[in-house]
Design a protein around this ligand. Sequence first.
Ligand SMILES: CC(C)(C)S(=O)(=O)N[C@@H](Cc1ccccc1)C(=O)N[C@@H](Cc1c[nH]c[nH+]1)C(=O)N[C@@H](CC1CCCCC1)C(O)(O)C(F)(F)C(=O)NCCN1CCOCC1
Length: 331
Amino acid sequence: STGSAAAVPINAEFDIAYVTPVTLGTPPQTLQLDFDSGSSDLWVFSSHLPTSQIRGQEIYAPNKSSTAKLLDGHSWSITYGDGSGSRGNVYTDNVTVGGLMVERQAIECAQQVSSSFTSEAHIDGLVGLGFSTLNTVSPKSQLTFFDNAKGALDSPVFTADLKHKQAGTYDFGFIDKAKYTGEITYVPVNNDPGYWTFSSSGYAVGSGNFSASPISGIADTGTSLIYLPTAVVTAYYRQVQGATNSRSYGGYVFPCSATLPSFTFGVGEARFTIPPAYMSYAAVTPGSSTCFGGLQSSNGVGINIWGDLALKVAFVVFNGGTPPTIGWAAK
Ligand SMILES: CC(C)(C)S(=O)(=O)N[C@@H](Cc1ccccc1)C(=O)N[C@@H](Cc1c[nH]c[nH+]1)C(=O)N[C@@H](CC1CCCCC1)C(O)(O)C(F)(F)C(=O)NCCN1CCOCC1
């Protein structure tokens, strides 16, 4: 079997996250979920939430699904890198993504969400695509949608074709040759503790020479920006007039009028260049002439993250075979 579904940017100005329609239960309830290779819980806004915590999101009501079953005595609680979080109880039900159905998928129903989730009306929950070792359900941890689907897939892979300010796709079970050019460069994945961790072969700033130094980081569809070691980030912002690392804004900012260099990263012998226009994330406050950079230091994060800003200049194959690998191709 295979599946293919759209990945739609939630914000017209900046690609801060992408959501994908997912149908749950019988009759089908469709929610817009953020596919996140940086975590491994499938959780949704649900009928168990206080209405004060719901502001425009779609909800999943298990009691309206004839195929929903309570996973008795199980609960979950998750906190993300940006401090947001949610917790609740667990049901199993049918979950369909782009024509691919998994029966008895653990659906983690929110009973509480943090304020940043309440204020993000476009995200009705997450589909974790990390390794199931990161799943937070207790006392028995649950498998991700991908792990549940894997055995039935034509090939044990999913691919991300994220795009700049337009809808891309997540495909399951096959590699669509029409979505990339040239060859796919595969590199090993270290799935301990449960991220898609791989080693980049280095970087270049603008037209500068390529610095061939390995950078270990996670491929994370659920993170908007890129978080890399300070040495890389200072080398980049040294080329940006007026750039400073702002404590008040929590990262590198610069005058929105500044000329930005491109940023190139390596995967094996392959090279991927992020154009200057993509490297400015947003004005620090609406209308401000100070802009926040798309490349930030991983110092405060504790892990290097290749988020949507990097993923959207490539076609990426998450290969869940044995051993797992990750493939990057131009497009
Ligand atoms: C809001 C923003 C300024 C544009 S942002 O850059 O912060 N973007 C957010 C994502 C977002 C977009 C739109 C609206 C709201 C939130 C972002 O990039 N958040 C990262 C930032 C980060 C990471 N590290 C340090 N900072 C994050 O937490 N991403 C997680 C998924 C997010 C969570 C909020 C909602 C959207 C999806 C993540 O899963 O990708 C993660 F990997 F970073 C993470 O936190 N994984 C949790 C791993 N745990 C390990 C222990 O077991 C349980 C799972």
